[in-house]
Design a protein around this ligand. Structure first.
Ligand code: SF4
Length: 458
């Protein structure tokens, strides 16, 4: 069996499963956020009754992150609905925007976009917050009401996005009927060369197979190249499995996975026991691709979909209006560090927005020093508009007052995010070019799409 099949077999109480079988599997974690949480709660109450109790209040993780720093009253109200539900059900893992469990959340636009407006428990973008807060464990099943839930496949678990109806059912029963996906095999060899990031690797793969090339399939990444990838790299790659239509992305378990998971579960007092899955000898794949990491180059996915892959150096004639670094794909500490390496001591030429994915990443950037300066100061001095209000922000557009949202037609934005369908970051007549944080940084410096290797020290 493949890694995905082994996890699903265990979660269904079976010795063996085959791709295509329908199984009832037990969930280890159900995650929801401010956009889908209220709808999921509505389904749960409608189907199980107004006084129903959730199946396990310690296995539901609620992370408001999407439409938080906006004056839109409906969005603010969603966060308040989550708080009421958490109180009613005794849910332990709620990463609230405010500290007062009896309070109400209201963003204050008069305090501006940049200075933090959240309390001490707020955790930022759910897919970055889940591992940081110790909720991702090898061998487990994670369902989330968000398509990028597949990010957690980096930790050797089966993680997938589900709709509100399914999530309402999981909330009540802890189970879900799943068709076992076929598995596509991506064998990674070698190591990424300087200036080439994990984002380039996943853009390469999506360019090879198309944005529907993995529809309802598991994408298994393994081979000797995995050992050269950090957990952040693996998260970037698993995150964009859904951009190829994948049901999930998954990595093998190794010492790096163990180190990360053990540190985070200990730090946060979450469950520390887990049982990883190892690959079998008899794995059946429906597709195989060997990727020599050393041969990859900085890539860009052009408007209007993530499979429109081109080499960055072939797109130098594309003039840009803005640059954006952030999201669950490109808003991690390591992403900002690669960005800072390129812009250090230089000035951006176009409007450039920076949104760390989580408050912990804000803290990392404000406390990590290169010489006299913090990374945060280096970015500010380069002209980046950086906000402390970690969250999804303009990755998915959001209400019109969202930080970094593209509100005018015709603007071209290079972005470290994961989606570039028309209207994704705001105006439907804008264009988004997806790239690594290094390529976004180099392009911000020149005002046109630029290969970041031009700016790397020899
Ligand atoms: S950062 Fe973007 S892709 Fe990630 S969860 Fe938020 S909206 Fe979705």
């Amino acid at each position: 069996m493949t890694l995905t099949e082994k996890i699903l077999a265990r979660a269904a109480g079976r010795a063996r499963v085959e791709a295509g079988e329908n199984l009832w599997v037990n969930a280890d974690i159900l995650m929801t956020h401010d956009v889908c949480g209220p709808g999921t709660i509505g389904v749960f109450k409608r189907e199980f009754g107004p006084r129903a109790r959730v199946w396990d209040p310690r296995k539901i993780v609620i992370i408001p992150d999407h439409y938080i720093f906006t004056a839109d009253s409906n969005s603010n109200r969603n966060v308040n609905l989550l708080r009421e539900f958490v109180r009613e059900q005794g849910i332990e893992y709620f990463y609230d925007v405010i500290d007062d469990p009896a309070g109400t959340w209201q963003f204050d636009p008069a305090r501006g976009d940049l200075a933090r407006q959240y309390g001490s428990r707020y955790a930022g973008v759910c897919h970055s917050a889940l591992p940081q807060k110790g909720h991702t464990r090898p061998g487990e099943v994670l369902f989330g009401t968000d398509s990028h839930t597949c990010t957690a496949g980096a930790f050797n678990e089966f993680a997938t996005g589900i709709g509100n109806t399914d999530a309402g059912f999981v909330m009540g029963t802890g189970k879900l009927l799943i068709k076992v996906p076929e598995t596509m095999h991506f064998r990674l060899e070698g190591a990424l060369p300087p200036g080439v990031m994990a984002k380039d690797l996943i853009l390469h793969i999506i360019g090879e197979i198309g944005f529907d090339g993995a529809t309802y399939r598991a994408m298994q990444f393994d081979g000797p190249g995995v050992a050269t990838l950090t957990m952040d790299d693996r998260m970037t790659i698993a995150n964009m499995a859904i951009e190829a239509g994948g049901k999930n992305g998954i990595f093998p378990f190794d010492a790096r996975t163990a180190e990360y998971v053990e540190a985070r579960t200990r730090l946060n007092g979450t469950k520390r026991e887990y049982e990883p899955v190892e690959p079998d000898r008899d794995q059946k794949f429906v597709y195989e691709l060997v990727i020599e990491l050393d041969k990859l180059e900085p890539l860009v996915a052009c408007h209007p979909d993530p499979a429109q892959r081109r080499k960055a150096r072939e797109l130098e004639s594309v003039k840009l209006d803005r640059a954006y670094i952030g999201s669950c794909t490109g808003g991690k500490t390591s992403d900002f560090i690669e960005f800072a390496r390129v812009v250090r001591g230089r000035r951006v030429k176009i409007d450039t927005f920076g949104v760390p994915a989580t408050p912990e990443i804000v803290h990392d950037l404000q406390s990590t020093r290169w010489g006299e300066k913090t990374i945060w100061q280096i970015l500010l001095e380069a002209g980046v508009r950086l906000t402390e209000n970690a969250g999804c922000a303009a990755c998915l557009g959001g209400p019109v007052d969202t930080f970094g949202r593209i509100n005018q037609p015709g603007l071209k934005c290079i972005s470290a995010t994961n989606r570039n369908f028309p209207g994704r970051m705001g105006h439907k007549e804008s264009q988004v070019f997806l790239a690594s944080p290094a390529t976004v940084a180099a392009s911000a410096l020149t005002g046109h799409i630029t290969d970041p290797r031009e700016f790397l020290p020899a």
